[in-house]
Design a protein around this ligand. Structure first.
Ligand code: SF4
Ligand code: SF4
Length: 320
């Protein structure tokens, strides 16, 4: 019997999500045995043209990591959508836009000016900027168009399933792979992670006092955080109340608060707004000035609250 064809592909990604696939260790060998890998640019030398030659829907599953920032990434995303029965958005960048999505706070022009003109290490005496088309020795050279925004995958194509995380932990990768291979998938559109919030399973939850009350907000490097106590109870921002469980608490375990890479909990559209509402309920402030003083202690609030999810948030991008 023919094995199911599977593609693994990266778009605007750092490579960590591809490493996460390798992190399933020897299980990867079993997966490789069970499927026919037809594309994995980071590891195998297949050509996009051979994907173009396939019939629509011939690929059973495309695992796509990374966001969409340029025209080549958009073209590949659309090609895989056309040729695949299922598309799995893999990792925070694909599902939510990811950390590169914070670039939506600036513009393409500002980015190009910094990278090709203003950064202290730049040597560019002719002031050359990348062009989508240029002639060199009589030949046309082309580059993908760099977009003004970073897009999550489902801004560009229909996505069937989502596996969040930066990157997704190995056991959730294995869960997703076996759900596909054994045809035990939840309804289309599901996120393959628990519905509850991280706080619901966090080992530090029991250390929370009956009523949390924060008078000061501290940054993690400014204090020596107690290793077993809830970060919020210590006045340190932790996005656990607004973030989906499923990461395995690897940050919490090394005494780093949650930064939200699993995205919003089920039914919540915007994890940053959800956290603001949770924070408002625990501020120990007697006046508006008091509230402003405490909130001002959050340095870079957008970077804190939307580190992984700005492109899918209600803010989406800087205006004007
Ligand atoms: S989700 Fe994280 S690990 Fe994956 S590509 Fe984006 S930044 Fe890299
Ligand atoms: S706020 Fe953070 S440390 Fe506290 S219980 Fe939730 S996830 Fe754990």
């Amino acid at each position: 019997m023919a094995k199911p064809k599977v593609a693994i592909c990266w778009l605007g990604a750092c490579g960590g999500c591809d490493e996460a696939v390798v992190d399933i260790n020897e299980v990867l060998l079993r997966v490789a045995d069970a499927v026919d890998l037809i594309l994995w640019p980071v590891a195998l030398d297949f050509k996009y043209d051979s994907v173009k030659d396939m019939k629509d829907g011939e690929i059973v599953l495309s695992v796509v990591n990374g966001n969409v920032r340029n025209s080549e990434q958009e073209e590949i995303a659309k090609l895989l959508r056309e040729k695949s029965q299922l598309v799995l958005g893999f990792g925070a960048c694909a599902c939510l836009g990811g950390t590169p999505g914070l670039a939506n706070l600036t513009t393409k022009e500002d980015i190009f000016n910094w990278v090709y003109r203003d950064a202290p290490t730049v040597v560019n005496p002719k002031g050359n900027y990348p062009q989508t088309s240029s002639r060199v020795n009589g030949k046309e050279l082309t580059l993908p168009e760099f977009y003004d925004h970073v897009y999550a995958l489902n801004d560009i194509i229909d996505v069937d399933y989502y596996l969040p995380g930066c990157p997704p932990p190995p056991y959730s990768v294995m869960y997703a792979v076996s759900a596909v291979l054994e045809n035990k998938l939840p309804p289309k559109g599901s996120t393959l992670a628990p519905h509850r919030a991280l706080c619901d399973t966090c080992k530090r939850n029991k250390s929370k006092p009956d009523r949390l009350a924060i008078k000061e907000i501290k940054r993690i490097h400014e204090v020596e955080a107690a290793p077993d106590t809830c970060f919020l109870a210590q006045g340190i921002i932790c996005l656990g109340p607004a973030t989906r469980d499923g990461c395995g608490e690897s940050c919490i375990d090394i005494n780093i608060p949650c930064r939200g890479c699993f995205g919003p909990v089920e039914g919540v559209a915007d994890s940053g707004a959800k956290f603001v509402s949770a924070l408002a309920s625990i501020l120990d402030a007697q006046s508006e000035e008091d509230i402003a003083r405490i909130v001002d202690q959050i340095i870079d609030p957008v970077g804190y609250l939307y580190r992984f999810s700005l492109p899918v948030s209600i803010l989406r991008k800087r205006r004007g």
